[in-house]
Ligand binder design. Structure first.
Ligand code: NAD
Ligand code: MG
Length: 397
């Protein structure tokens, strides 16, 4: 039977890759709902091609969308708006699968709504899990949601773990013979830049990733290594281990997407060409497999695989994320919120590249951490951290 899919953030990089997979398997999947924040013309094109039942946009975009849908002969598509609209489609009874691909904290409530509705949730929106870790994982268990990692590294780890790993008891230590998780990082576009060089890099340079084509925010996060920091926290929650069981390995070719080491000396790696369609297809179909257009790895071409330790002096964001995870409570929420504010300021030319981790560190030290035992506490910490980070950017203190 065909599965109905809701794509949160359909106009983004992950949203587009998801459509590419669904297009290749029309007999297995239909697009029930799509959401977009700004690119209405791109959304109209998607509506023409995929004929969703519902489209969600911010309130101030509703009139524009209604006019354009009418002009395209698509007035039958229902329009919902704002956060309430995002939540409504995420938990809609007709939806089987939710692709959580909104960027940043804006994705938290709809992703959580999908989890609480017991959906198969394909998690790209790592910020949502970083903010709400324990609450999100507990909601998944309570409501029988299948939370499947789309982030390529976490998808790789999931593929390298024993198949019943996630069902086993969760206690912060690896189990079933797993000794360590090796989280790979490309190192981003500035892997070999000196600290002096990093001070003058531009947003355009930061957004040009050597191996992956992605949205602006995650591209900047990859360049600062904050992306790996967020992924470290994401992995702790998804796989129920503390951060000291996760080692970050810089692997510039992005061919190995992460590894799992076992107590008997085995190391399992998941490999493939760097294309998000592979982890998306895996999460869509698991435990089955879907064909994709991604060519199989040709090891006679990809002959060189290199590895090195990350340099946390030039890329302190990774260290900050580890510290935030160790501190627990709302510290990861603060880290994420301050980073979102700092990345936006960098993209607008208000601060330099090396100031991004400074804004995050300042916010983490200025703001008292609280327990992250309720959604209200998490949302309040997110809001306060944004204010502290913005003030610091404005006044420099
Ligand atoms: P993107 O910027 O290309 O797309 C973001 C999507 O979110 C767009 O559809 C946009 O309309 C929507 N959006 C933005 N702000 C919103 C808001 N305030 N409210 C509602 N919707 C909003 O981002 P992306 O690269 O596709 O990344 C999406 C998520 O997936 C991020 O959390 C990112 O970390 C994660 N991810 C991306 C990749 C990748 O290769 N692009 C890989 C792994 C994980
Ligand atoms: Mg990743």
């Amino acid at each position: 039977m065909s599965q109905a899919v809701c794509i949160l953030g359909v106009t983004g990089s992950i949203g587009q890759s998801t459509l590419k997979i669904l297009q290749q398997h029309p007999e297995q999947y239909s697009v029930f709902a799509v959401t977009a924040h700004s690119r209405i013309d791109a959304l109209i094109d998607i509506c023409k091609q995929y004929q969703p039942k519902v489209a969600v946009v911010p309130q101030y975009k509703v009139d524009e969308l209604a006019q354009k849908l009418k002009a395209a002969g698509l007035s039958h598509i229902e329009i919902l708006s704002g956060e309430a609209g995002l939540i409504a489609v995420a938990k809609h009874p007709s939806v089987d699968v939710v692709m959580a691909a909104i960027v940043g904290a804006a994705g938290l409530l709809p992703t959580l709504a999908a989890v609480k509705a017991g959906k198969r949730v394909l998690l790209a929106n790592k910020e949502a899990l970083v903010m709400s870790g324990d609450i999100m994982m507990q909601a998944a268990r309570e409501h029988g949601a299948l939370l499947l990692p789309v982030d390529s590294e976490h998808n790789a780890i999931f593929q390298c773990l024993p198949s019943d790993y996630l069902d086993a008891e969760r206690h912060g230590k690896p189990k079933l013979g797993v000794q360590q998780i090796l989280l790979t990082a490309s190192g981003g576009p500035f892997l070999n830049h000196s600290l002096e060089q990093l001070k003058t890099v531009t947003p355009a340079q930061a957004c040009k990733h050597p191996n992956w084509s992605m949205g602006q925010k995650i591209s900047v996060d990859s360049a600062t290594l904050m992306n790996k920091g967020l992924e470290l926290i994401e992995a702790c929650h998804l796989f129920a281990v503390s951060e000291d069981y996760i080692t970050v390995v810089v692997h510039p070719e992005s061919i190995i997407h992460s590894m799992v080491q076992y107590v008997d000396g085995s190391t399992l790696a998941q490999m493939g060409n760097p294309d998000m369609c592979t982890p998306i297809a895996h999460a869509l179909a698991w435990p089955e497999r879907l064909t994709t257009h991604v060519p199989p790895l040709d090891l006679f071409i990809n002959q060189q695989l290199n590895f090195q330790a990350p340099d946390v002096t030039r890329f302190p964001a990774l260290k900050l994320a580890r510290q935030a995870m160790q501190a627990g409570g709302t510290a990861p929420t603060i880290l994420n919120a301050a980073n979102e504010v700092a990345v936006a300021a960098f993209l607008q030319g208000q601060i330099g590249f090396t100031q991004i981790p400074q804004v995050v560190e300042q916010s983490l030290t200025t703001m008292a951490h609280a327990q992250a035992n309720s959604l209200e506490a998490i949302l309040a910490a997110d809001q306060q951290a944004r204010e502290i980070a913005s003030d610091y950017i404005r006044t420099g203190s």
